[in-house]
Design a protein around this ligand. Structure first.
Ligand code: SF4
Length: 310
C-alpha cells in the first residue's frame, strides 16, 4: 500500500517548521477522544523520506521542482527558512531507531543550518528507547518532544485508553530529562467531563509539577465525530464542561502547579481563551486574568465556537 501523506496537525510553536512525514497515524490508536482512534499506523519507506529530503534540498538551493514530488512539499518549502523540521505524524518517535538515526543524519547533511528537529512522542515510545538512544537522537538535533499527558488522573488515563499510567508518564519524563531533550507536555481541559472536572484539574496540576517539563500546553477537549467519546456524548453518557468551566480548570491547574521554571500556554486553537506566561514568575498575573473573565462571565470575550480548531 502506498504511503498516505498525513494532514498537518502541529503544535502551535512549530509554525516555522518544514513538515516531514515518517509515519501516518499513531501506534497507540486507542485514545477514545482522538481522531487517530482505530487508525492503522503506516511507516513511510526510508528511501521515500530521503527522496523528499533531496527534492527539498534541491528546491531550497535552486528553486527547481522535480516531477513526482507532492505539491505540498514546495508549498511548505516556499516559506521555510531551513532552520526547523517537524517529523510527522502522531508519534514519529515510533519510527525504528536505526532508520530514525539515518533520516536525522541525512537531514543534518543536507541542511547544515538546521537548528532543531521536533516530533510527537508517546510516553510508550520514550519508554521503549534507552537514554543512550535518546541522547544519540538529541545529538542529531532531535531536541524537543511533544507528549500528551492529557490528565493526571489515573482513572481518566485508563478510561480514555491512553495506555500508560501516571508513574509510567513520570518515568518517561525522567528519561527525556536525562537525555537533555526539551519536554513539551499537553493536557486536555474537560477530558474528565463535568463531573470529574475538579479532580482532573487538581491531579493534572500535581503530576505536571512532578514532571517539571520546560513547556506545558493546555488544549480544550473537542469531540471528534467517529470517536468513542463522541458516541458516549451522543448517548448522553459523557457531559462536556462549559467554556467557562474550561477556564476554571485552567486556573486550577495554574494555581495548583509548583514549577521552578516552565512556560505555560493555552495558545492552541481549541481553547476558549489564550493565556501564556512563565511559571512561577507570572502565576499571579495569569490567575488574575482568568479570575477577571470568570467574574465577568461574558461569552463575547471568549473564542467563538466556530473559530475553535483541533
Ligand atoms: S497517543 Fe496521542 S496521537 Fe496517539 S491516539 Fe492517543 S492522543 Fe492520539
Amino acid at each position: 500500500m502506498d504511503f498516505e501523506r498525513p494532514e498537518i496537525i502541529r503544535p502551535p510553536s512549530e509554525w516555522k517548521s518544514y513538515f516531514l512525514p515518517l509515519t501516518n497515524g499513531c501506534s497507540n490508536n486507542t485514545c477514545t477522544f482522538c481522531g487517530y482512534y482505530g487508525k492503522k499506523l503506516q511507516m513511510r519507506d526510508m528511501d521515500e523520506v530521503k527522496r523528499e529530503i533531496d527534492a527539498l534540498s534541491l528546491y531550497m538551493e535552486s528553486g527547481i521542482q522535480l516531477p513526482g514530488i507532492p505539491k505540498i512539499v514546495y508549498y511548505v518549502a516556499q516559506d521555510w527558512d531551513g532552520k526547523r523540521v517537524f517529523l510527522q505524524d502522531g508519534d514519529a518517535l515510533i519510527y525504528p531507531f536505526p532508520r530514525m538515526k539515518e533520516v536525522l543524519q541525512y537531514l543534518n547533511e543536507k541542511f547544515p543550518n538546521l537548528e532543531r528537529i521536533a516530533c510527537y512522542a508517546t510516553p510508550q515510545d520514550i519508554l521503549r528507547r534507552s537514554v543512550e538512544e535518546l541522547k544519540t537522537l538529541k545529538g542529531l538535533k532531535l531536541t524537543i518532544f511533544y507528549t500528551g499527558l492529557e490528565s493526571g488522573l489515573g482513572k481518566i488515563l485508563e478510561k480514555v485508553g491512553k495506555g500508560v499510567n501516571s508513574s509510567q508518564m513520570l518515568e518517561a519524563g525522567r528519561k527525556v530529562k536525562e537525555a537533555g531533550i526539551t519536554f513539551s507536555v499537553t493536557v486536555i481541559l474537560g477530558l474528565a467531563g463535568n463531573e470529574g472536572s475538579e479532580e482532573h484539574a487538581k491531579a493534572t496540576a500535581q503530576i505536571l509539577s512532578e514532571l517539571e517539563p520546560e513547556y506545558v500546553g493546555a488544549l480544550t477537549l473537542t469531540l471528534v465525530p467517529g470517536t468513542p467519546l463522541y458516541q458516549e456524548w451522543e448517548e448522553g453518557h459523557f457531559h462536556p464542561i462549559s467554556p467557562f468551566k474550561s477556564l476554571q480548570e485552567l486556573k486550577m491547574i495554574i494555581e495548583g502547579s509548583n514549577f521552578t521554571n516552565c512556560f505555560f500556554s493555552s495558545m492552541h486553537a481549541s481553547n476558549y481563551w489564550a493565556i501564556r506566561g512563565r511559571l512561577p514568575q507570572e502565576k499571579e498575573r495569569m490567575i488574575e486574568e482568568l479570575e477577571y473573565l470568570l467574574n465577568r462571565k461574558d461569552p463575547s470575550l471568549l473564542r467563538p465556537e466556530f473559530l475553535r480548531g483541533l
